[in-house]
Design a protein around this ligand. Structure first.
Ligand SMILES: Cc1cc2nc3c(=O)[nH]c(=O)nc-3n(C[C@H](O)[C@H](O)[C@H](O)COP(=O)(O)OP(=O)(O)OC[C@H]3O[C@@H](n4cnc5c(N)ncnc54)[C@H](O)[C@@H]3O)c2cc1C
Ligand code: SF4
Length: 481
């Protein structure tokens, strides 16, 4: 406080005129920005042709009632628009910010097909829900009378939080267990703050806590309890632990200091955003400032890494990917953003070795060419002999995607069935695993996917779990209830 130069003009207990003027200017600015945002949202919403064949809704995993809330927004009926969008989603403002709309709703807008550019559905969804928060229209969760049954949710990502909310609203006691110190899963520690501001996630979590959901933070199933112990405590369980085992690169020198995993890098950056002390960031290990950065991978995680490195003040940022632009898994929109920000993409290239014994100094790579389609239908890359080249690097970030951890071993539950990819095997009708009363949802079932699919799974599981728990209540008690 003492270092604030404006304080010398203000006596103790007096108003702070310069600050008041700044606040007023800020209020004016907020007012103008808000008016502009309303105008934009209404303008975009009125572009919806109400075509009657809502491909946008069909291609939204939540089947949001998009044309209806666009119409309400265009008519200025924002509260009704919010209520409708909230009816199918537990986190509309989050999806509005981070769904790859070009592959989902907006990519299937008939106006896009006619070449006039899709209605910006995601931004309207974000706008109406942010407006609802600002105006106090987001109601607290009001649980139905206590049902006398409790559920445990392992994993506080979007899948787990969605089930927790919907089950608490139905009157169940809900306990959420997560190994992190903050809830939110990848919303909190994976996705960078410039795409998803963290207060947007924390206010959602707070609303759940206010509804009586009990969060057990820094509680790792496998370390702090076995799965069997949690099954004893609760009438049903949900496993929504996501996928966290980074895919490895097998190349000489990969263990050199300065070659780091994407999620370690992004988590450090997100923790800094929260104001945490992060020694590995402060000592430079997980900080791109002033460095030549090479990110390896072509998915959305790689895009988040390159864009974070730019923001941290890297000297240069290159993205090495073994296929070409048309065959990359990441969103084209994200690539375009990264390119605008100065990231250089080195397509059709794969690392062969990492130079530097005490500290990485460069990546030796080879050009690739695309061969015949593989089992997934994508053309498989193969090395182009004699095309080796080298990139200077003092930070290399491995972003090749994630596989599931070995949950049966970790949870001490050998009878928990997994697929050959290590994801949990579920009965797709009941959404139960091989263990009675143990459900699963999100990335741990689908493999690395999207937030909107995790929310959809969380919503579906809540319905199935509710049916399961209702059937468990003895008939005598049901009659009394
Ligand atoms: C860097 C990155 C960026 C992404 N960007 C986007 C994006 O822009 N848009 C999008 O739609 N999707 C994006 N995704 C994908 C999206 O984040 C996931 O699909 C989604 O979060 C999956 O939700 P989930 O609830 O299944 O799991 P998670 O969000 O992974 O949450 C799982 C939770 O389980 C906890 N957990 C794990 N094991 C245990 C244990 N043993 N005991 C207790 N707790 C445990 C974890 O700590 C975590 O909090 C991104 C993913 C990454 C990695
Ligand atoms: S949830 Fe995602 S896909 Fe669905 S309308 Fe919103 S932004 Fe589009």
């Amino acid at each position: 406080m003492a270092s604030d130069p404006m304080l010398k003009f203000v006596g103790v207990g007096q108003e702070y005129p310069a600050k008041r003027a700044a606040d007023e200017r800020n209020d004016d600015f907020q007012e103008i920005a808000r008016a502009y945002a309303i105008e934009k949202a209404e303008e975009q919403s009125s572009r919806c042709s109400q075509c009657g064949v809502p491909y946008c809704s069909t291609h939204c995993p939540l089947h949001n009632h998009i044309p209806d809330w666009l119409r309400l927004t265009a008519e200025g009926r924002l509260r009704e628009a919010y209520e409708l969008s909230n009816a199918t989603s537990t986190m509309p403002e989050i999806c509005g910010r981070i769904c790859p709309q070009d592959r989902l709703c907006e990519g299937n807008c008939v106006i896009e097909f006619s070449g006039h550019g899709a209605v910006t559905i995601g931004s309207v969804e974000k706008f109406i829900t942010d407006t609802a928060w600002d105006n106090g229209w987001v109601e607290p969760i009001r649980p139905l009378p206590d049902r006398g049954q409790s559920i445990g949710v392992i994993g506080a990502g979007p899948a787990g939080l969605t089930t927790a909310e919907l089950m608490r609203a139905r009157g169940y006691e809900v306990h959420v267990y997560d190994r992190h110190d903050r809830a939110g899963g990848l919303l909190t520690y994976g996705i960078p703050g410039f795409k998803l501001e963290k207060h947007v996630v924390t206010r959602r979590v707070q609303r759940l806590e206010d509804a009586g959901i009990v969060f057990h933070r820094e509680f790792e199933v496998g370390r702090d309890s076995t799965l069997a112990e949690l099954r004893e405590k609760h009438d049903a369980l949900l496993i929504a632990t996501g996928v966290y085992k980074p895919r490895a690169i097998k190349a000489p020198g990969v263990g050199a200091p300065g070659v780091v995993d994407a999620l370690d890098y992004l988590t450090a950056s997100n923790r800094k955003g929260f104001g945490d002390a992060v020694p590995a960031f402060e000592d430079g290990t997980l900080n791109a400032s002033g460095k030549n950065v090479v990110v390896i991978g072509g998915g959305d995680t790689a895009m988040d890494c390159v864009r974070t490195a730019v923001r941290q003040g890297a000297n240069s940022v290159k993205c090495l990917y073994r296929r070409d632009r048309a065959n990359m898994p990441g969103s084209q929109r994200e690539v375009a953003h990264a390119e605008e920000e100065g990231v250089e993409f080195v397509w059709l290239s794969a690392p062969e070795a990492f130079d530097g014994a005490d500290k990485v100094t460069g990546v030796r790579a080879a050009k690739m060419r695309l061969g015949q389609p593989d089992a997934s239908g994508r053309r498989a890359p193969e090395p182009d002999p004699g095309s080796e080249f080298r990139l200077e690097a003092d930070l290399v970030i491995k972003a090749l995607g994630f596989d599931p951890e070995d949950l049966p071993k970790l949870f001490g539950a050998s009878d928990l069935s997994v697929t050959r990819w290590g994801t949990l095997r579920v009965d797709h009708k009941t959404m139960q695993t091989s263990l009675d009363g143990v459900f699963a949802a999100g990335d741990i079932v689908r493999g690395a996917s999207l937030v909107v699919w995790a929310i959809r799974d969380g919503r579906d599981v809540a319905e199935r779990m509710h049916a399961y728990l209702k059937a468990k209540v003895p008939v005598r008690e049901k009659v009394a209830a």
